[in-house]
Structure formats: structure tokens, C-alpha cells
Design a protein around this ligand. Structure first.
Ligand code: 4AD
Ligand code: MG
Length: 432
């Protein structure tokens, strides 16, 4: 029996006969030879069918195959230094499986909306395949990093009664005879987790009713939220930069082929593994923007243009420290010497990608936290459990949230977040 393999393992089977389940992406043939462009999910590669080496029937079949038709192929693996993948298969037999008539995505240019309508098929393309492989590497790297650093993975609920990041972007849903929201952040639960387990991280979907159409906003996105008991903000910033550098390094180490498919320059990525990352205070950032002719005033939040400008001034990701209270959520710890500010930071990705992390040290004092929640006009009953974390053995603690698709978009150098998640959800996009 011929061994069934994935083409990604080709290097272990050079000059051996193997069997692979594939789809046809494209083909070209002349009288004596047919070149089949194939994919098996793990990579894209070429199959060569020589008329003189196969049955008449197999050669005719190879010429009649349609785009995205599926089949078993049997053949011998050869090195192929001219192709990006590096190996090809010389086909000896083809066994068709599923036919494919008029595949909608062809080699011609398609508009984005068309591709988004066919996202379930678009995922098969080289580019989308590469992005999903890199996403997978970043998922695994995240687990590895936090496990190696003594964190416990903790899963917060999706149905919640609280609104950590403000009440304007909540998805409301009925929950039997009461109301619930889809979680916009697992942070408050992660704080409970940190008080129980020390260092925790969450990694799950979060939801925000973002009404604007931007390149940086999804309504459903994945967030990694580490939360650390007995840790101050400086220690949190160190974990943040080590985590980001680790993610980038893992992609460099294990996704060379995919970075090549995306034309992502590896030397550029290497710069992001160098630590430490620069720190700029909010005050300094405002000054930078004003000098550049922008009409930013002290107290303004930064939008996409401001973040883009700042991040373009640095070769590495950059931390913006200590934002004014008025533009950040209630749970942050006030600055010890400047009462207008919180002890918090956003991390901006380079190349104009803007905020990928938001984080802070947390308010530990019961009375101050209760007052902040009241000031927000939130329903106190919904936050009593959260206040318990300050009633019983309150300790200094810090945490942050990485927007996973934002990080992928930056590392893969994509134009829009919609390509960083298998099935993006946006204001005008619920299907497929
Ligand atoms: O800055 P944010 O709102 O912070 C929090 O949610 C905190 N509770 C995190 C924490 O301290 N545990 O969101 C964190 C990150 C942002 O930096 C951004 O990268 C991403 O989540 N993000 C979004 N990503 C995609 N689509 C959206 N609509 C996003 N909103 C935020
Ligand atoms: Mg933020």
C-alpha cells in the first residue's frame, strides 16, 4: 500500500511513491505534459503528468480536470527548487473524487464584496491559506508563551451582565426572562481568576457593536487577556513586550513558507523581536501630533490617524503611557503623582497599524472603585461580585488585552482585519 501523506511532509519522502488527497487550483498542458497546480490544505505545489509515463486514460483525465475538483493522486516526490514550495510530485495515477463545475472564484480580479460573499471558498486561496496558517501558529505560540511563564488559561463567560469597556457598544440579548450582553471583554472575570489562581490568561471571542466601518474593527473578535496578581504595570509592560516579540519570532521560525506567499519581508519582522520597546507618555504623544500639524488637544482620545502617525515614527512597537481618565474605563488605577491620569498603556504596532494592546494596573481600593462604578451610572447590583475582589484580600494587579486579529493583520501586513479571521463579523456582514 502506498503511504498517504500531507505535502507539507514532502521532505521526508523525496523519491518515494506517495498518495495525497488534493484539489486542483489551476492547470496547463501541452501534447506530452500536463502541469497541475494542486493544494492539499497544508501547501500549494505542482503535479507533473508525463504522457509517456502514465496510462492514456490518466493523461486524458489530467487534461480534463476542473478548478477545485478533488482527487487522490499517486506519484513520486521530487525536489523542485524553482517553485516557492520546493517540492513537486510526478503523478502516476489520478482517482477523481468530487467534481466542480464553474467555480466562482477565478484567476481574474474579484471585488472584495464578492470575495467576502464567498468567504467559505475564498479561504481556499493561497493568500487566505497562508494567513490561517499564521493565525494557527500565533494561537499555539500564545498558549506556549503563557504556559511557559506560569499562567493558567481561564475561560470567562460569553453571556454577561457587566460592561467593562463602556455601555455604548454592547450586544444585547434576551436571557430567559432577563437581559444579558455578549461579553465585550473577559477582564473582570480574569481579575477574579487572578485572585484565585495568581496569573491567568483568557483567549476567547469578544463582541462589540461597532457601528462604524473601519479597517480595524470587527463586531466579533478574539482577545487574549492576561491578568496578574501582585504585579504592577511595569512588570505587565515587560510581559507584553516579551509576548509580542515571542509571537513574531514563532511566525518567523515556523511560517517562512506562508510569509513568502504573503510577500511579507522577514527582515522587517525581525526588528520587532528586539527588546525593549520604546515608551512615550500620552503628554509627549500629544506634543508629537501637534508638532506634525494635527489639531489634537490634551484630553482627546487618539483615533486611527493619530495612532498611525505615532506608530510610523518608530521602528518597533511603541507603548503610549498614562492616558487621561476621561478617555479610559473605570477600573484603572489612578496615577500616583498626576491625578488627571491612569496608570495604563496602549501598545501601538509599527507600520501604521495602531493599537493592538490596551492594558493597565487596576484600582485596588474598594471605596474608590465603588465610587467610579457609581459615577459611570452602572447598575451596582451587577458589580457586587466584582467589588468582592476588593472586599476580600485586595492586592495590586495588572493586566492587558491583545486584539488577536489586529496582531495578525500587522504581522501578515494585511490591509484590513477581515482577512485575519475565518468568518469576519462586521456591521454589514453576518453571512456566510
Ligand atoms: O483596549 P480595549 O478595549 O481593552 C480591553 O478590552 C481591556 N479590558 C483589556 C484588558 O486590560 N484586559 O481592547 C483591547 C484590544 C485593543 O487594543 C484592540 O487591539 C482590540 O482589543 N480591539 C478590537 N479588535 C477588533 N475589533 C474591535 N472592534 C476591537 N476593539 C478592540
Ligand atoms: Mg483600547
Amino acid at each position: 500500500m502506498v503511504k498517504q501523506i500531507s505535502i507539507v511532509d514532502a521532505k521526508d519522502y523525496v523519491d518515494q511513491e506517495v498518495k495525497i488527497g488534493v484539489w486542483l487550483t489551476d492547470k496547463r498542458s501541452s501534447g506530452k505534459i500536463a502541469f497541475l497546480q494542486l493544494r492539499d490544505g497544508s501547501a500549494f505545489f505542482q503535479g507533473v503528468v508525463l504522457k509517456n509515463e502514465v496510462s492514456e486514460e490518466t493523461f486524458e483525465l489530467s487534461k480534463s480536470l476542473r478548478q477545485e475538483e478533488s482527487m487522490w493522486i499517486t506519484g513520486t516526490i521530487h525536489k523542485d527548487d524553482r517553485s516557492h514550495f520546493g517540492y513537486e510530485i510526478q503523478v502516476s495515477d489520478i482517482e477523481p473524487i468530487g467534481g466542480s463545475e464553474d467555480y466562482p472564484i477565478t484567476n481574474k480580479e474579484h471585488g472584495t464584496e464578492f470575495l467576502m460573499d464567498h468567504r467559505h471558498l475564498w479561504l481556499r486561496s493561497r493568500r487566505q491559506n497562508a494567513i490561517m496558517h499564521i493565525r494557527n501558529e500565533m494561537i499555539n505560540a500564545t498558549y506556549d508563551f503563557f504556559n511557559e511563564n506560569g499562567f493558567i488559561k481561564m475561560d470567562p463567560p460569553i453571556f454577561t451582565g457587566s460592561a467593562p469597556e463602556g455601555t455604548t457598544e454592547l450586544f444585547h440579548t434576551e436571557y430567559f426572562d432577563t437581559d444579558a450582553y455578549l461579553s465585550q471583554s473577559g477582564q473582570l472575570y480574569a481579575e477574579a481568576g487572578a485572585m484565585a489562581l495568581g496569573k491567568v490568561f483568557t483567549f476567547g471571542p469578544t463582541f462589540r457593536a461597532e457601528k462604524s466601518k473601519t479597517r480595524r474593527h470587527l463586531t466579533e473578535f478574539w482577545m487574549i487577556e492576561p491578568e496578574m496578581a501582585f504585579m504592577h504595570q511595569e512588570q505587565s509592560l515587560e510581559i507584553q513586550e516579551r509576548y509580542i516579540a515571542y509571537l513574531v519570532q514563532r511566525v518567523i521560525d515556523n511560517c517562512e513558507y506562508q510569509l513568502g506567499l504573503l510577500d511579507r519581508d522577514v527582515d522587517t519582522l525581525k526588528k520587532y523581536t528586539k527588546l525593549p520597546y520604546p515608551h512615550v507618555s500620552y503628554d509627549e504623544a500629544v506634543e508629537m501630533l501637534q508638532k506634525a500639524g494635527m489639531d489634537t488637544k490634551w484630553g482627546d482620545d487618539f483615533g486611527a490617524p493619530e495612532e498611525q502617525y505615532i506608530s510610523e515614527q518608530f521602528e518597533q512597537p511603541v507603548f503610549i503611557l498614562n492616558f487621561p481618565k476621561s478617555i479610559k474605563p473605570f477600573y484603572m488605577k489612578p496615577h500616583p503623582t498626576d491625578e488627571r491620569l491612569y496608570v495604563c498603556a496602549d501598545l501601538l504596532a509599527p507600520e501604521g497599524y495602531g493599537e493592538i494592546i490596551g492594558g493597565s494596573e487596576r484600582e485596588t481600593d474598594f471605596d474608590k472603585l465603588e465610587a467610579e462604578i457609581k459615577k459611570m451610572g452602572l447598575n451596582m447590583d451587577d458589580y457586587q461580585w466584582y467589588l468582592d475582589l476588593r472586599r476580600y484580600g485586595s492586592v495590586p494587579h495588572s493586566g492587558f488585552g491583545l486584539g488577536f486579529e489586529r496582531a495578525i493583520t500587522w504581522i501578515c501586513h494585511l490591509d484590513h482585519l477581515r482577512e485575519a479571521i475565518p468568518f469576519p463579523r462586521m456591521i454589514n456582514r453576518l453571512r456566510p
